[in-house]
Design a protein around this ligand. Structure first.
Ligand SMILES: [Zn+2]
Length: 503
């Protein structure tokens, strides 16, 4: 089943990911889409989108222009909409360049001439006249009728599908299989450890899944596999016998690639490093470590990522996972209604009723959801913290002894926040001591410490003996607002980044 949505790209990321920011555009069964054809199926949608491009929308007396910025989806969906062949075992399987399968197998890092509007249009015309595909294009994309959209450049990649359910999942499974062959641990032990491992904070909802013993791929969905890659050392690092082992070094490179591809921001100078150093060294080492793990099209798509980062910005903002919530809505709906006579109609009707219901409230209500609030009293605190708060002269401020939410993120005392990178090997982190507010201003009083990068394991260790100064920061000024899960591992306080931190 295919369904499309409008998405408002100039909203802040935390608002964009909300389910109310995504609206159903159309719903159609994939088999019907293929049988009837894109032209007829998308006719009304294209008419509406053209009208929006022409006339925009009226907002507070002003006309706001509207256009389709990107099409999001997994590769199969993108190829279906974009007029590309949907077989990834065919000769041309890349929508970004015209590489052949044979060249891709020889070296997935090679990228050929990029797709251009002129070449795409020529191929689409040829495919229409001959009845067979031309360089992987079998039909024109209906969305090309729009002023600012073209299938050769607006079908963006999805990190979740390409990496965490694709290339990284297969390669990580191969790396683990190598460790098992070396008899460092067994699948039984690894899965026992996964079962016992207690994920904390934002990791707790995406606990890694068991790893199948066939060594083919990791066992979870995209975010579970991402968590597995991040927390692998914490789960079974004590069994790694040699941190100079090629398999372990390949894992560290994979982890670093993952941190770059998931970064909410990056510097342009990072891109040549990823493209010319990290990716080539990863694939070079991969040949030695994983000679039997097949190179697939998704490995080649990853080779395009540095260029795509420059073209589209941080890739994490264009992945498809926030849309999974919407899928969940429809899956639950079908389970509850048990009406399979016309599922598309049932889903579309109920979704619109839900939309009407949610429209009664503001789309994005006040984000500071407080729990219990108390008058702030420095006297109730001890030692240096009490002195620090007294020095701030916070008369009339309140404190929150338990959880408070800001911009959809929950905070509680003892959470660790990443403040800034001191240099390539060290971060400043703050442990949340007191949450204070005056009116709608939410501030955090943090105890600052250093965290040092341990290159051999690819994680950071909090230096518990470092300064311990206190600072007060506004919640809205945090560059990295999501609390960082920290794990006590063999006497050390360690954490694994979700993404690179800008220096
Ligand atoms: Zn390509």
């Amino acid at each position: 089943m295919y369904w499309g949505q409008q998405k408002i790209s100039n909203l802040k990321p935390h608002l964009r990911s909300k389910i109310v920011a995504k609206h159903l555009l159309m719903m159609i069964r994939e088999s019907i889409f293929k049988e009837v054809g894109a032209k007829i199926c998308l006719e009304e949608v294209i008419t509406d989108l053209k009208d929006l491009e022409e006339n925009g929308i009226l907002f507070k007396g002003k006309t706001v222009p509207v256009t389709v910025e990107f099409m999001l989806g997994d590769s199969l969906g993108q190829h279906l909409i974009g007029g590309f062949i949907e077989s990834f075992s065919g000769e041309f399987m890349c929508r970004f360049c015209v590489i052949t399968r044979q060249d891709m197998k020889a070296d997935p890092l090679i990228t050929k001439e990029p797709r251009t509007i002129a070449d795409y249009n020529r191929c689409a015309l040829r495919a229409m006249l001959t009845g067979s595909h031309c360089k992987g294009i079998k039909a024109t994309c209906e969305l090309n009728q729009l002023k600012y959209f073209h299938a050769s450049s607006h079908l963006v990649p999805c990190v979740a599908h390409d990496c965490y359910e694709g290339a990284f999942s297969w390669d990580m499974a191969g790396i683990i299989s190598g460790f098992v062959e070396k008899k460092w641990f067994s699948y039984k032990l690894l899965n026992k450890r996964i079962k016992k491992f207690k994920c904390v904070g934002v990791d707790s909802t995406n606990k890694p899944a068991f790893v199948p013993s066939d060594g083919e791929k990791l066992g979870g969905h995209a975010v579970q596999n991402w968590t597995m890659i991040r927390l692998f050392y914490f789960i079974i690092g004590d069994k790694i016998q040699n941190f100079e082992d090629d398999g372990w070094l390949l894992y560290l490179k994979l982890k670093e690639l993952s941190e770059y591809f998931c970064a909410p921001s990056f510097k342009k100078i990072d891109v040549p490093y990823i493209q010319d150093v990290l990716l080539p060294s990863y694939f070079h080492l991969r040949r030695t470590v994983l000679p039997k793990v097949e190179i697939r099209p998704k490995h080649h798509f990853v080779a395009h990522y540095p260029g795509l980062m420059l073209k589209y910005g941080p890739l994490i903002y264009i992945w498809t996972l926030p849309f999974e919530q919407k899928h969940k809505f429809f899956k639950e709906l079908m389970r509850n209604t048990k009406n399979f006579i016309n599922p598309e109609f049932t889903c579309a009707e109920r979704q619109q009723m839900y939309f009407c219901l949610t429209s009664l409230d503001p789309m994005f209500p006040d984000e500071n959801i407080e729990s219990r609030r108390e008058d702030l009293s420095a006297n109730s605190l001890s030692g240096d913290l009490s002195v620090f708060i007294s020095s701030l002269n916070l008369i009339g401020w309140s404190s929150f002894p338990s959880v408070v939410a800001n911009n959809g993120i929950n905070y509680k005392c003892k959470d660790v926040l990443i403040l800034l990178a001191n240099d390539e090997m060290s971060l400043s982190i703050g442990t949340l001591k007191v949450i204070v507010s005056k009116g709608s201003h939410l501030n955090f009083i943090l105890e600052v410490k250093d965290a040092n990068y341990i290159a051999a394991i690819g994680n950071y260790e909090i230096d518990l003996d470092s300064s311990g100064n206190f600072v007060m920061v506004s919640a809205d000024s945090l560059k990295y607002p999501v609390p960082q899960p920290v794990y006590p591992i063999r006497g050390k306080m360690l954490f694994s980044l979700k993404h690179k931190i800008l220096i």
